[in-house]
Design a protein around this ligand. Structure first.
Ligand SMILES: Cc1ncc(COP(=O)(O)O)c(C=O)c1O
Length: 356
């Protein structure tokens, strides 16, 4: 087989998603409403036991959020049928585990340290967790990762830029995982807008086993809305849609997201400002005697090694400034994680720390 035909095989046959999905989920009948069955513009809705008297919210929302997906499809250059929307990306994390991992048998693999919800959702679903430590510069250890896999490992979660370390994982190493692992590879790009790197959404045509997560909670400034995105091949998206709660994204969230998608420059300007503030905050932190190290960040937060993380955390808490104590996390001894705030908030933080 030539190198070229090997690539073609990967692209064309891809992963057999049906074989990865839990059997009961493949077999089950999803909830269906009369509105799924009707095509065209209906005039009278007497099917869903709603209150008929007009208000902005007397009707159930579009269960598949097509208007939002159509706008996102243009922005993200991904087919609308390859987008799942959920109640935060946390919903997608939970559904992926539930759809693909048989409780007490199939496992997920996560890096250590990483975002906490992969483990929480796995534990909730009685799914064993394999943890593989990142290297000391917080990158993937691909050899260790592959040797930790078992035949029952169904999903690998990679977070890039990673929380709480703030760095992007190496692109080439992620590709190695995508190419060498027969299960799903979920790349959580919650912080991708704060980097100039291309999203892995652009690799979707090449990898059937790729799921990319993004969110409206960070750069878009809409954490309170609870809207997360998953991008994947249609077969995976269909499974997530099959098992989600029917009306998982409410009308107001859909409307506000649609509006936000017409104002992309607002998001871009916020990102620019946050990145400038990140640089300023880093410089200011480096001047402080308590600071041992500020790790490079591709996100909207900084991981900072200080002399005494629990003490610093408590001191700031007493001053009504909340940061995250990450000192008990693997590779993060004496580290606190600080979100980049407004110029005033960052200044207040630095003044407080100067007085420590
Ligand atoms: C890496 C990562 N993924 C996902 C999330 C959660 O996103 P959402 O608010 O869309 O549920 C967070 C939130 O902190 C995060 O850090």
């Amino acid at each position: 087989m030539t190198a070229n035909s090997a690539n073609m095989t990967k692209k064309e046959t891809g992963t057999d998603i049906q074989k990865l999905v839990r059997k009961n989920i493949l077999a089950m009948k999803p909830y269906s409403s009369a509105r799924d069955e009707f095509k065209g513009e209906a005039e009278i809705f007497l099917d869903a036991n709603e209150n008929p008297y007009p208000s902005p919210y007397n009707r159930y929302p579009d269960p598949l959020q097509w208007k939002v997906k159509e706008k996102l499809s243009v922005l993200k250059k991904v087919n609308a049928e390859q987008i799942f929307l959920g109640n935060g990306s946390d919903e997608a994390i939970d559904l992926i585990i539930r759809a693909f991992c048989e409780p007490n048998r199939d496992s997920i693999l996560i890096t250590d340290p990483t975002y906490g919800m992969y483990a929480v959702c796995a534990e909730l679903n009685a799914v064993p967790i394999i943890k593989v430590e990142l290297t000391t510069d917080f990158d993937l250890d691909v050899d260790n990762l592959f040797s930790a896999l078992t035949p029952n490992t169904k999903v690998i979660f990679l977070c890039s830029p990673n929380n709480p370390t703030g760095n992007l994982l190496s692109h080439d190493k992620i590709v190695k995982v995508l190419e060498g692992f027969p299960g799903l590879v979920v790349i959580d790009e919650a912080y991708i807008d704060f980097t100039s790197t291309e999203s892995f959404t652009q690799q979707l045509p090449a990898y059937q086993n790729l799921v990319v997560l993004q969110t409206f909670s960070k750069a878009w400034g809409l954490a309170g809305l609870r809207l997360g995105m998953a991008f994947a091949c249609k077969a995976i998206i269909d499974i997530l849609n099959k098992i989600k709660y029917p009306y998982n994204v409410n009308i107001q969230t859909q409307e506000i997201a649609l509006q936000a998608l017409t104002e992309v420059t607002k998001k871009d300007n916020a990102v620019k400002e946050i990145i400038e503030q990140r640089t300023q905050l880093e410089q200011d932190l480096l001047q402080l005697p308590i600071t041992e190290h500020v790790y490079p960040s591709d996100a909207n937060f900084l991981l900072v090694k200080v002399k005494d993380a629990p003490g610093t955390y408590q001191y700031l808490m007493d001053k009504k400034i909340i940061v995250r104590d990450r000192s008990k996390v693997t590779l993060c001894k004496n580290c606190i994680r600080i979100t980049v705030g407004t110029p005033q908030e960052n200044e207040n933080l630095i003044i407080a720390l100067k007085n420590l």
